[in-house]
Design a protein around this ligand. Structure first.
Ligand code: BES
Ligand code: MG
Ligand code: ZN
Length: 479
């Protein structure tokens, strides 16, 4: 990935410089450029770019479409920056003046957005290649002046690093990213960010009566882990927020086994845990005045002679007994313990994030994650953050009418609803059973938004890192 730097002027070494242009400003181009644009179908649409070579020794001018001027937002700048950096991969050094474009977006927010667009738009995962493809582009300089723009650039860089960490973890194969390996990576990231990390091993997990995490782990040769990460601001904390992330390092479905196709992508089933870890590492850079604690249950969902059977019953941390009728509904079992535990700690709010159901994507498609919860105020705050960061969330209900679907003939609850319909909602209702009464709680079901088939805007093919920025923004702007 190219290095991002910040400067108040275009560096000499840059062989490409952008010229941002809105679709309704096309007539401001000089006749030569206007003609080149017409010939190539460049209309200033968002995502379009056009390279216009200048005289020898002068940098290439890259027209970067912004779409309609009236629609210019931070999200537009992120997408335009991502399109720009994808178009200049043949250059060694380039400049990006996008943030200098006059727009209703605050100058600092614009610089932050551009840094994020450049950094995330050029993300690629090459750790498994024997010969990582050589990259030509080495340096892109974000050009901006004005007070606060340098600090905004630094915030953008930190966001790129945090999201890239979550993407790297999500993209890593399940065979190598075991719970122990995840914990080791978390240790490195937490010490770099100055966060406190506690790693519970299987003995501690048993002592703390995490029956759900142990039940899912029963069929595995890899030991489970439970991570507790603390961020404490300097000075008096403005409240405290809990972030809980599903960390299934591979989901085979267990004895209720998935199809080959259904299993193919299931290394991503720890994307919620990765998002929570990424968000925590971003809090110091955002200068959050609010404290946060992350809780990440880690195990894979595998099969051996000890694996849990459909029909088995376990008791979760809060004492509730669960009849497991489908071992593929495992995320909710590990979250049950984590949510019960987080509830004991009296946080102002608890937010969990998980690749919990395929059903949420049947409802919303792969670009949106579902948002459910017990507190309108909390969900509105999450939506406000998502509006800023461009991660798309859509509110879904937790209908009390469906609660009886979880009644078990032999235990307190069963782990699946009555059928395939409303599967994201019955999953949400199941989680609610493990959040204490009166606790403000919200649940983000990532479904397929955790991964992408193609590059699109700041999203690159593979793990998306969805949730990192929205959760960090929520905590940093709390209260
Ligand atoms: N990890 C899956 C959900 C999932 C599937 C997320 C595809 C993203 C992409 C989860 O553990 C699961 O298997 N859920 C089941 C629940 C069902 C058995 C009630 C599902 O969605 O089919
Ligand atoms: Mg499953
Ligand atoms: Zn799963």
């Amino acid at each position: 990935m190219p290095r991002l730097t910040f400067s108040s002027s275009v560096p000499r070494a840059a062989s490409a410089v952008d010229l941002p242009i809105a679709s309704d400003d096309m007539e401001t181009l000089n006749p030569d450029r206007a003609r080149a644009a017409e010939l190539s179908g460049f209309e200033g649409k968002l995502g379009q770019t056009l390279h216009l070579p200048g005289p020898a020794d002068e940098p290439v001018t890259v027209l970067v479409g912004l779409g309609e001027r009236a629609d210019l937002t931070a999200d537009v700048l992120r997408r335009a920056a991502a399109a720009y950096i994808r178009s200049i991969s043949k250059h060694q050094a380039a400049a990006c003046t996008l943030a200098e474009e006059p727009s209703p977006v605050d100058a600092g927010d614009a610089v932050e957005a551009v840094a994020i667009g450049l950094g995330l738009g050029s993300y690629s995962y090459t750790d498994q290649k024997s010969k990582p493809p050589a990259e030509t582009l080495r340096r892109v300089t974000v050009v901006a002046r004005g007070s606060g723009t340098k600090a905004a650039f630094t915030r953008g860089e930190a966001a790129v690093e945090a999201v890239s960490l979550a993407r790297d973890l999500t993209n890593e194969p399940g065979g190598s990213l075991t719970p122990v390996a995840f914990a080791a990576k978390a240790k490195k990231a937490c010490s770099a960010a100055g966060l406190k990390l506690a790693v519970w091993d299987e003995k501690r997990i048993a002592k703390e009566k995490f029956g759900g995490l142990l039940a899912v782990n029963q069929g595995s040769t890899h030991k489970p882990r439970f991570l507790v990460i603390d961020y404490t601001p300097s000075g008096r904390a403005k409240g405290s927020v809990a972030l809980v992330g599903k960390g299934i390092t591979f989901d085979s479905g267990g004895l209720s086994i998935k199809s080959g196709a259904g299993m193919m992508t299931m290394k991503i089933d720890m994307a919620g845990g990765a998002a929570v870890l990424g968000a925590m590492t971003l809090l110091p850079a955002l200068g959050s005045k609010t404290a946060a604690t992350a809780y990440i249950p880690l195990t894979d969902n595998m099969i051996n002679g000890q694996a849990q059977r459909p029909g088995d019953v376990f008791a979760a941390r809060n004492g509730k007994t669960v009849e497991v009728l489908n071992t593929d509904a495992e995320g909710r079992l590990v979250l049950a313990d984590a949510l019960s535990y987080a509830s004991e700690k009296k946080h102002d709010a608890i937010i969990d994030i998980a690749t919990l159901t395929g059903a949420v994507s049947a409802a919303l498609g792969s670009a949106y994650a579902g948002l459910m919860g017990t507190s309108d105020e909390l969900m509105s705050a999450i939506e406000a953050s998502a509006e800023q960061t461009g991660e798309k969330l859509w509110r879904l209900p937790l209908p009390t009418e469906y609660r009886s679907q979880l009644d078990s003939p032999i235990a307190d609850v069963k782990n699946i609803g009555a059928g395939p319909y409303g599967g994201a909602l019955t999953a949400g209702l199941f989680l609610k059973e493990f959040v204490s009464e009166g606790q403000a709680w919200a649940h983000i079901d990532l479904g397929l938004s955790a991964m992408a088939d193609t590059d699109d805007g700041v999203v690159a093919k593979g793990g998306t890192g969805f949730g990192v920025r929205v959760l960090a923004d929520l905590v940093a702007n709390w209260g």
